[in-house]
Every structure is written in C-alpha cells, then in structure tokens.
Write a protein that binds this ligand. Structure first.
Ligand SMILES: Cc1cc2nc3c(=O)[nH]c(=O)nc-3n(C[C@H](O)[C@H](O)[C@H](O)COP(=O)(O)O)c2cc1C
Length: 258
C-alpha cells in the first residue's frame, strides 16, 4: 500500500511466514481495542452504522485463511481459532453499537490479494463463521461472490480468472447457493445482502423471489448510464485509485449532478 509505505506505518498481519514484509501482530487483543476505539469515534462522528470488511485479503480475512494465518496460539490453526479474531472484533464493536447497526462483508470465494483457499477450507470456515455471526444477530451479512467464474467481466480490473491449482471451485459455484440458507431463513434476524457483479435484472429476480434481502451495486452505480452518477465518458474502466497519484481515476470524478 503506497500510503502505508509513505507514512512508514506497519502493515499488520496475523503471522510472518507466507509473506515476511509485514509486522506480525503479537497480541490480537490490542488490535481489537483499536477496532473498538475506531467504531466509537465513528459513532461520535454521527455515522449510521458499521460494516466490517472481512474479505479482500484485508486483516480480518487474513486471520480466516490458513495460508496467511500461521499462528500457533488460539488465533490460528483450527477453524474455530482462525475465526476467533473476526468474532472477537465483532463482539467488541457490538459493545459500542449493538448488533443491529452492524453488518459484515464476507467473500468465501475471494481470490483478491492472493486470498483464495481450497473449497474444503472455504466450506468448513464459512459454515462455522456464518452460524456464529447470525447467532450474534448482526443486522446483515454482505455475501460477495468475487472469485467465482460467473461469466461476466464488467471491466478490465475484476476478471473471472482461473483459480490456483488445488483451490478450484465446483462448476457454476456461488457462495450464495451454499450459505444463503444459513443467513436467510424463517425467523432469522440477519438479512442477506449479495455483492459483486449483480445486474439489476438478476438482483430484481432474487429479491422478488424472496431469496435475498438486499443487494449492492458498486461499479454499475458509478458508470452505467441510466443509474445515478451516470453521464461519464470513461467507459467501464472505473476502478480503484490511486494509481500513480492519489487523486487519479476513481478519486477525481466530477461531482454528480442529480
Ligand atoms: C473504486 C472502488 C472502491 C471500492 N472501495 C471499497 C471499499 O472501500 N470497501 C469495500 O468493501 N468495497 C469496496 N469496493 C468494492 C465494492 O464495494 C464492490 O464490492 C465491488 O465493486 C463489486 O461490486 P460491483 O460488481 O457491483 O461493482 C470498491 C470498488 C471500487 C470499484
């Protein structure tokens, strides 16, 4: 991350080993306190709620994946241990916000930032994690399908590409089919949100069929004519910035006129 490099702030991770250019977290409780403090500040600043980001190869996700979490203490090894950090962070922020103002974004199939895991690991980890999260009555689980070969590539950044050997998914796999029923069932207090490369037609059909509660639109919301923020001359290449300078591409859009 260029910003971290510039500031010299350490890149924290569960363990050295898989990569070594990181700072290994010695006591996860210290970081959990930092999450708690950050969400308390967000509350003070008038935020409406919190979405925990537990995908994308970011810190919470790193604890979940066996290849990036080589810890030998209670935060590494078994499924329960690898999920512990995420759940303790969730518990800590529930103390500040209560569960109904908290959602979490997960992506069992993720391959971003070298985060792909085997189908066996995916199945075991998320079966446990999702049940634990729903048990805490979080407001929603945002279930992303990045990493799946859904046969569409909306831009030149996220492409459905072959997964590494040993980490292949079953044909036509989507986490929604495997885990949706653990989140959305009669009496569940946690809503099911889906994410990644949804079209309006697909989302509409799932919502009307009662299979999902919510859907997110990221890139289409930015670049598709006919949806707010329309009117752009940049085509379907709106992606993460910064590139060479902080305000390039994604960050230098003109104000939307609605
Ligand atoms: C420029 C840009 C910035 C993004 N920033 C975030 C972010 O900060 N947090 C997050 O959870 N997802 C972020 N995403 C991912 C989107 O939330 C979304 O999951 C992704 O674009 C896939 O959905 P889509 O196919 O509807 O675009 C970002 C996506 C783009 C294109």
């Amino acid at each position: 991350m260029p910003m971290l490099r510039d500031t010299g702030y350490p890149v924290l991770a569960p363990s050295k080993g898989y990569t070594d250019n990181i700072t290994q977290i010695e006591d996860p409780k210290v970081i959990i306190e930092q999450y708690k403090n950050a969400v308390a500040l967000a509350k003070e600043a008038g935020f409406d709620g919190i979405e925990l980001l537990s995908q994308g190869g970011y810190l919470l996700h790193n604890f979940l994946c066996s290849h990036s979490n080589l810890r030998t203490d209670i935060y590494g090894g078994s499924v329960e241990n690898r999920c512990r950090f995420v759940l303790e962070v969730a518990d800590a922020i529930i103390e500040i916000w209560g569960p109904r103002r908290i959602g979490i974004k997960i992506c069992p199939s993720d391959d971003y930032n070298d985060s792909a895991v085997s189908f066996k690991e995916l199945s075991e980890t998320y079966d446990y994690l999702i049940r634990q999260l729903v048990g805490r009555k979080l407001s929603y689980i945002n279930l992303s399908r990045r990493g799946c070969a859904i046969g569409r590539a909306q831009d030149d950044y996220f492409k459905s590409s072959p997964r590494p050997a040993g980490k292949e998914l079953p044909p036509n796999y989507e986490p929604f089919y495997q885990f949706g029923h653990l989140i959305k069932y009669p009496g569940s207090e946690t809503m099911l949100m889906v994410n990644h490369e949804y079209t309006v037609a697909e989302a509409d059909s799932l919502a009307k069929g009662g299979q999902i509660d919510l859907v997110t639109f990221g890139r289409p919301f930015i670049y598709n004519p006919g949806i707010p923020f329309a009117e752009n001359d940049r085509g379907k290449t709106v992606n993460y910035g910064p590139y060479t300078k902080p305000d390039e591409n994604y960050n230098d859009w003109p104000y939307a006129s609605l």
